[in-house]
Design a protein around this ligand. Structure first.
Ligand SMILES: Cc1cc2nc3c(=O)[nH]c(=O)nc-3n(C[C@H](O)[C@H](O)[C@H](O)COP(=O)(O)OP(=O)(O)OC[C@H]3O[C@@H](n4cnc5c(N)ncnc54)[C@H](O)[C@@H]3O)c2cc1C
Length: 434
């Protein structure tokens, strides 16, 4: 078993015990475990949505078996703790891909459902949950429910994006996507300000994958400058080739003596100017394109003992002025934003009641945790997001207030009625408080 903390290593939580779940046919009797319960897979959530301070965790990393793979139709069924890395290793050589992948492949299938994760193709494919055909949910009463868009529909919708609170997913089935090969053709385009990003992302529909890296210390006319990446699957070898470097190598190259503001500013400037031409095209293996951060083991430790926070929000479709406000607040603060990503979400609705993605632009920024000054800045950002009718992503959060959460997710109370009474999390106790 592995350490039970979240990716940002903030906050730290003490759990009373950790119950391993090893057999889907013979799961632990949940009613006999004392205290509140929360499933835990690989802790790739950044904040406290995968933590349950003072309660127990149900560790599903032992539920690691494939159940069936219909290679003709592209439908896969596997246990909850199977990772997307394991799924990709099985299916890519056979001409299939996971329909939606987050920025790391080291997440479980159940974690991808519980946070209804999105990827660089949200504008084309929606969220992971949109591709789930069914799963089996164990409730603390011992009941095992098959949930799908046709059966136990409310629980199906509550569990997708349901933060592990509706019960324990034992296995899940989802649809795959056909690909011509294991390589991606990628354009990398430099843009000099935020409105150029908005222009570039208007052509999103022509590309399967789009995302941008931005220099969030740039100010004035350079505010929001960065590199826009777009890509499509193409035929080609199933393995990394010489020259397949990471698509974005930010964490690999981050200056030592992390994560000082001056060093980050210097790095961002170098990175922004690193490519000579404004537009570059190359073909590369899919892994460095989708998972550049996976190339560096445990990079979260670069932030030291105090950990870090990722702030990810989405603002409405015509949100340029809100994004300008957010970036100005960040650039003006004394905080140290390290990695920042911008992406336009599409309009495909998420099946989950509490799913985060909605039409608009999403901004994600990592901040070293420096105590109350960092927390105060993030509260200021929350107010801008609320004004713009947006939301903050629970999978990345460790600090938003109850009123903010309730405003970002107005149907939280109908979701709450589907929660298993024996399940809870540190995140949920904080945001559902009056
Ligand atoms: C480098 C990096 C990049 C990322 N990029 C993205 C991205 O692009 N898009 C995105 O959406 N997210 C992204 N994430 C976040 C990550 O995809 C999610 O937090 C994901 O849910 C983590 O999965 P996990 O298996 O580690 O689950 P954990 O973090 O352990 O748990 C996540 C949630 O799933 C619940 N859960 C786990 N197992 C079960 C189960 N069997 N039954 C019911 N509930 C369960 C837990 O209770 C918890 O609420 C990124 C994270 C990292 C570290």
């Amino acid at each position: 078993m592995h350490a039970h903390q979240s990716w940002g290593r903030y906050p730290r939580a003490e759990h009373t015990h950790v119950v391993p779940v090893l057999w889907r046919s013979d799961p632990p009797a949940l009613s006999e475990v004392s205290g509140k319960l929360l499933p835990f897979a690989y802790g790739r959530s950044y904040g406290d949505s995968c933590l349950n301070a003072g309660g127990a965790l149900l560790d599903v990393s032992g539920l690691r078996r494939f159940i069936s793979f219909d290679e003709a139709r592209g439908v896969l069924r596997c246990e909850a703790g199977v990772t997307l890395a394991e799924v990709l290793a099985l299916i890519v050589p056979r001409g299939w891909f996971v329909p939606v992948v987050p920025g790391t492949k080291r997440v479980s299938v159940a974690g991808a459902i519980a946070n209804d994760v999105h990827g660089k193709n949200h504008h084309r494919a929606g969220t992971f949950g949109a591709h789930v055909t069914c799963f089996e949910l164990l409730r603390s009463t011992g009941e095992r429910l098959l949930c799908s868009p046709e059966r136990n529909v409310e629980l199906f919708r509550a569990t997708i994006g349901g933060l592990g609170l509706t019960g324990l997913i034992l296995w899940a089935e989802f649809r795959l996507k056909r690909i011509p090969g294991a390589r991606i053709t990628m354009d990398r385009i430099r843009f000099s300000c935020l409105s150029e990003f908005y222009q570039l992302s208007r052509d999103d529909q022509e590309y399967e994958y789009t995302v941008a890296w931005i220099d969030c210390l740039a100010r004035g006319r350079a505010l929001g400058r960065g590199l826009f990446l777009r890509g499509d699957h193409v035929a080609g070898a199933g393995r990394a080739q010489p020259g397949d470097g990471p698509a974005i190598s930010v964490p690999v190259d981050l200056p030592s003596g992390l994560i000082g503001r001056a060093a980050t500013r210097c790095f961002n400037t170098l990175y922004y100017h690193a490519q000579l031409r404004n537009r570059q095209r190359r073909t590369l293996f899919y892994e460095p394109f989708f998972f550049p951060l996976d190339g560096v083991g445990a990079w979260n430790r670069l932030y030291g003992e105090n950990g870090f926070l990722q702030y990810q929000c989405v603002t409405g479709e015509d949100s340029e002025s809100a994004v300008v406000d957010l970036l100005e607040q960040v650039a003006r603060s004394g905080e140290t934003p390290a990695l920042a990503v911008l992406k336009r979400f599409g309009r495909i609705p998420s099946p989950g009641m509490l799913s985060f993605p909605r039409p608009g632009v999403t901004l994600a920024i990592d901040f070293a945790m420096r105590g109350s000054s960092t927390l105060k800045l993030l509260d200021r950002l929350d107010r801008i997001v609320a004004q713009a009718g947006g939301a903050v992503y629970p999978a990345k959060d460790a600090r938003m207030s109850g009123p903010s959460f309730q405003r970002f997710f107005p149907n939280w109370q109908s979701f709450a009625s589907q929660i298993d009474p024996k399940f809870s999390s540190s995140f949920w106790r904080r945001v559902s408080a009056a």
